[in-house]
Ligand binder design. Structure first.
Ligand code: AMP
Length: 360
């Protein structure tokens, strides 16, 4: 017997629910203009989305709550991802099991209430789990299965903002998904051009910030338990590289981590995974992880804040202010990403063993 697909029939449900929610006014779609900013040196076709209407929206930093505008007592922030769900935004729910003996994990799919891209949706855990916990193998598998299923009709990209400096605003664990309009995410070709000879080796792209990528190419005959473990392993390899990177930076460039060069205890500070901020981009073909130094880029001339989340590291930056847009155009997206990421260390070190051979 074949294992049923995860969230079977999701594509049509998403489309129908999105149209209904928009019509009912339960979902706020913000218009934006997309400016293509190809980086001439490395050839990544960055996209900068300009959405002036968002400049009026209160943010977490304003002390006016998160990006949900429902009135609520100040001492009791509502959890928009906890049941009962706002019916118009609810798309599906399912308990995903690794195998028949597994009790599994339950997820819901909700439409993003404040979207800039049509059919932006979220995969949330039904039980409350902290956004600062790393993705479990079953969570990576569920997200990848959703991408795979939707990808038969329309390619999507998933992302996970983790930690205070990652651009995350909701503490309840969630991954987000957006359709890729032309079927190619901005980093796809760059990743293809730099993939290592051994596809199972995680690698660092030659970029001015630390980044780690694992290709996803499971055997077509892999069973569900094999897939769960394969995808979980790919993700853990990236976390492992990030932890090692931060450890080496704490010794060679502590200021990059915001550490005091004289503090004797500093190599152990901020070492808990749940204290680290990072972004994850997931497509059907790769996992890409970027450790974060800070959430906001401040423009060089006017010190205007530009908040960057995982989508920035997928090549898509959102700006709400015309002056900020002009200044981002002047410096280029890569410079923005460099300022909010961590300095890279020797690319060779990041994926080679001590003997200089690629890690198996
Ligand atoms: P992040 O800011 O990365 O934590 O992502 C949270 C996402 O949830 C944002 O894209 C918000 O637009 C979205 N959001 C906020 N409140 C709600 C809500 N009540 N229902 C659905 N989506 C929401």
């Amino acid at each position: 017997m074949t294992t049923p697909a995860v969230f079977a029939g999701l594509g049509p449900k998403l489309k129908a629910q999105y149209t209904a929610a928009l019509k009912a006014g339960s979902l706020l779609f913000t218009e934006s203009d997309v400016v293509e900013l190809d980086d001439e040196d490395i050839g990544i076709p960055f996209e900068v989305r300009y959405a002036p209407a968002l400049a009026k929206k209160p943010t977490k930093a304003d002390g006016k709550g998160t990006n949900d505008d429902d009135a609520r007592p100040a001492d009791k922030p509502a959890d928009p991802f906890a049941p009962p769900y706002q019916q118009d935004l609810f798309v599906a729910e399912e308990t995903v099991k690794e195998d028949d003996d597994d009790s599994g994990e339950s997820f819901a799919i909700l439409l993003n209430k404040f979207c800039v891209t049509p059919r932006h949706f979220l995969l949330v855990t039904k039980e409350f789990r902290k956004q600062t916990t790393p993705l479990s193998p079953l969570e990576v598998f569920t997200a990848w299965s959703v991408l795979k299923q939707l990808g038969a009709r329309e390619k999507h990209l998933a992302f996970f903002n983790c930690g205070d400096e990652s651009g995350a605003s909701q503490p309840h664990k969630h991954l987000q998904f957006i359709p890729i309009s032309n079927g190619m995410a901005p980093f796809d070709s760059f990743i293809d051009a730099h993939k290592p000879a051994k596809p199972q080796t995680p690698f660092q792209l030659p970029l001015p910030y630390a980044n780690f990528t694992a290709l996803i190419d499971p055997p077509s005959s892999a069973s569900r338990p094999d897939l769960v473990s394969y995808l979980g392993q790919r993700f853990v390899e990236l976390l492992d590289l990030m932890i090692d990177h931060r450890r080496r930076l704490s010794l060679s460039d502590p200021a990059a981590l915001g550490l005091d060069a004289d503090a004797s205890e500093q190599p152990t500070r901020g070492i808990r995974l749940s204290d680290m901020s990072y972004n994850v981009v997931l497509t059907q073909r790769y996992l890409h992880l970027v450790p974060r130094r800070r959430e906001k880029y401040l423009t060089a001339r006017s010190s205007l804040p530009v908040s960057i989340n995982s989508l920035g590291f997928a090549g898509m930056v959102l700006v709400k202010d015309e002056r900020a847009l002009d200044e981002v155009k002047e410096v280029g997206v890569l410079e923005v990403l460099k300022q909010v990421g961590l300095p890279p260390l020797d690319i060779v070190d990041a994926h080679l063993g001590e003997d200089g051979n690629e890690l198996a």
